[in-house]
Design a protein around this ligand. Structure first.
Ligand code: PXP
Length: 239
């Protein structure tokens, strides 16, 4: 079984585009949950380009499944996480100029700091996932710093254009998932997944959770949010 965590940031992107109060991403929470999603993922970026502090506070009160707070390992945001107490945090790299999260975290190059951040979140009772490229060194480093879970970055897999490149990316993801599970880490995956490329990732046995946002919110424009979530669960093989 593969769980689906829906990233609802892009409901807020639509709101911020006009600087108004709608559409409210908080209203998306019960719709997504009633459609059968297993969790809500929300990224509070340092630049607050979509989700803002009030969304996080209200979602903490309304999420009935699992709240996965995606965030940079920045002091201000770590404090918000500690105060908010989501069930889990996913640490991601963040650059102000990027359109969306680009690469995975450089865990191996930053062991002492990542160890400290993981401990701070653990001390607050929060499970920690690290968003990494499917790279052996980063998987081993994630174990070393005490993470509970790794989220494998599927961005490259989603961007390749030939069958051969796709197989090569899938092989990297499968190997990283196998290694992670063998080390005792839980394994998730995400970024760029849509209705036509998700099945191969959902079928990797060690991948127990997917974080998917943009494609679901985009489809919701045409079919509604509830149906978009149900259709994603269907193509994952979960309905
Ligand atoms: N996982 C992580 C760590 C992310 O940063 C994002 C984007 O916020 C996603 C998953 C979801 O990506 P997408 O919106 O492309 O489905």
């Amino acid at each position: 079984m593969t769980r689906l965590h829906v990233n609802i940031d892009h409901i807020a992107t639509l709101r911020q585009a006009r600087g108004v109060q709608y559409p409210d991403p908080v209203f998306g929470v019960p719709v997504v949950e009633m459609a059968g999603a297993h969790g809500i993922t929300v990224h509070l970026r340092e630049d607050r380009r979509h989700i803002v502090d009030r969304d996080v506070a209200l979602m903490r009160q309304t999420i009935g499944t699992v709240m996965n707070l995606e965030m940079a390992a920045a002091d201000e945001i770590i404090q918000i996480a500690v105060d908010t107490k989501p069930e889990m945090c996913t640490l991601v790299p963040e650059k102000r100029e990027e359109r969306t999260t680009e690469g995975g975290l450089a865990v191996a190059a930053d062991i002492p700091r990542m160890t400290r951040v993981v401990k701070t979140l653990h001390d607050a009772g929060i499970r920690v996932s690290l968003f990494i490229d499917p790279d052996e060194k980063e998987v081993r480093a994630s174990k070393e710093v005490g993470a509970d879970m790794i989220e494998l970055h599927t961005g490259d897999y989603c961007e390749v254009t030939t069958a051969r490149e796709r197989e090569a990316e899938l092989a990297k993801l499968r190997a990283a998932a196998t290694l992670g599970a063998a080390l005792g880490l839980k394994v998730a995956a995400g970024h760029g997944l849509h209705y036509h490329n998700v099945r191969e990732i959902a079928d990797i046995p060690e991948v127990e959770e997917l974080n998917i946002g943009h494609s679901i919110v985009a489809r919701a424009v045409f079919v509604g949010l509830e149906k978009a979530v149900v259709q994603m669960l269907e193509v994952m093989g979960e309905k």
